[in-house]
Ligand binder design. Structure first.
Ligand code: NIG
Ligand code: FE
Length: 419
């Protein structure tokens, strides 16, 4: 039987306990509900009690013998980080493109020449399901080592029914085999595959008539995402695909206004997307529309840095009332990283989020972006016991000391998985 875990004396226990349902906006993103000299009791995979060490001593003194005691003196304790946007299940690697971009090629030039997403599609089609499970599992280990206990994962490197299903099945298997929780998203509309060049509408029809119905019937995905971008899918095509998914019970997400302004933020608001991603070039009208509809902006500052682009206007979005989440965008092209701590630092440095907003965006708001906030994203009684102990004293230090992995110990569903 797994013992209970009793963590005591944390210098800061950041609960992010929520007062109102739904994602946090504006000032609420700064309210972390911190307990000093904090303590938490984990049992049966669930958080049983949270409070000051003094309060928990009263509640649990008689059961002390039953628990593994962790002295967290001088350490920060937070919820497991949540990464709400990844392309984690892919074959192969694309380091040559990194060099090409440094030599002057752009992301879209490489993609239009058959590289980029097309290159990974080829490698993913060629890989066996077992090989993909193996490679992806190693990436999940790396996420855990960086304090990430829940991620979203997209298909979109198959671009044919068989391989899209293979990617989704890989994620389903890993959900069973690996401690990290994976929430699956179908993204058949990640690119128009090279064999459909010049027949884009036919590919859109294929997604709507053949891929989405199978994905929905087999319950392989919760969300449906589209890369709405000049030269990829138009806003009209994106809307058709997202509406088709909606009618089958898949909630829309959208890669919007990443490379060029394309009224993607406006589309996200119009179709009732749970989140819009990237948004580097989102218009003021689009930002306003997202605020009005409560669409979560899922911002990816590591991608902007890696493509040497100016990051999204995170500060402006929060001030306008848009709920903001942040993510690695882990993928083999524009953001090959699993480090949410780095993304939190970058959110402060390049988007001017406060350290508190950045932590909220990587935990509670991130959980909202994948509709998992009833289980993860904050340390509250009844939620999953996903907890990270850090080698820093405060969340301010965590955001300030950048480029270093400060993770000391990670518990997933109450079981120690790192440290
Ligand atoms: O979110 N922008 C589109 N898709 C991914 C990149 C995928 C790739 O380059 O393999 C992104 O950045
Ligand atoms: Fe992405």
């Amino acid at each position: 039987m797994i013992k209970a875990v009793w963590i005591k004396h944390a210098s800061q226990l950041v609960t992010l306990a929520n007062k109102v349902p739904g994602p946090r906006i504006k000032d609420a993103m700064n309210e972390l509900s911190i307990i000093e000299n904090g303590s938490i009791w984990l049992e049966n995979g669930i958080i049983q009690a949270v409070g000051t060490t003094e309060q928990l001593e009263t509640l649990y003194k008689e059961r002390e013998i039953e628990a593994e005691i962790i002295d967290a003196t001088g350490h920060l304790l937070t919820p497991g980080l949540v990464d709400p946007h990844t392309h984690v299940a892919f074959g192969g690697s694309r380091e040559r493109e990194f060099e090409m971009r440094l030599e002057g090629a752009t992301y879209m030039q490489i993609m239009n020449a058959g590289g980029g997403i097309h290159a990974t599609t080829k490698m993913t089609r060629e890989a066996t399901e077992d090989a993909l499970v193996d490679q992806t599992s190693k990436r999940l280990d790396s996420f855990l080592a960086h304090g990430v206990t829940t991620i979203e994962g997209k298909s979109g490197y198959g671009l044919d029914l068989e391989t899209e299903l293979k990617q989704l099945r890989v994620m389903k298997r890993l959900q069973e085999e690996h401690p990290v929780d994976i929430v699956p998203t179908f993204m058949g509309a990640h690119a128009v595959p090279t064999e459909y060049k010049g027949r884009e509408e036919e590919y859109v029809d294929l997604i709507i008539n053949e891929m989405l119905p199978v994905v929905a019937k087999e319950k392989l995905a919760k969300f449906n995402d589209v890369f709405c971008e000049v030269g990829v899918f138009t806003p009209e095509q994106s809307e058709r695909i997202l509406e088709a998914g909606k009618s089958l019970g898949l909630t829309p997400k959208i890669h919007a206004d990443e490379i060029e302004p394309y009224e993607g933020a406006e589309l996200a608001a119009r179709v009732g997307a749970i989140s819009a991603e990237h948004l580097l070039k989102a218009s003021s009208t689009g930002i306003q529309a997202m605020a009005e509809q409560g669409v979560i902006a899922c911002l990816l500052p590591a991608t902007a840095l890696y493509l040497r682009e100016t990051a999204a206007k995170g500060r402006v979005m929060i001030d306008a009332g848009v709920p903001v989440a942040i993510s690695t965008d882990c993928n083999p092209g524009s953001s090959p990283t699993t480090s949410m701590p780095l993304v939190m630092n970058l959110a402060c440095i390049s988007m001017r989020l406060t350290p508190a907003e950045s932590l909220c965006a990587a935990t509670y708001n991130a959980a909202c972006a994948i509709q998992m906030e009833d289980k993860v994203g904050s340390l509250e009684v009844g939620k999953q016991a996903d907890v990270v102990l850090w080698n820093v004293q405060s969340y301010q230090q965590l955001q300030y000391l950048f480029g270093v992995n400060h993770v000391k110990t990670v518990w997933k569903k109450g079981v120690k998985v790192v440290g």
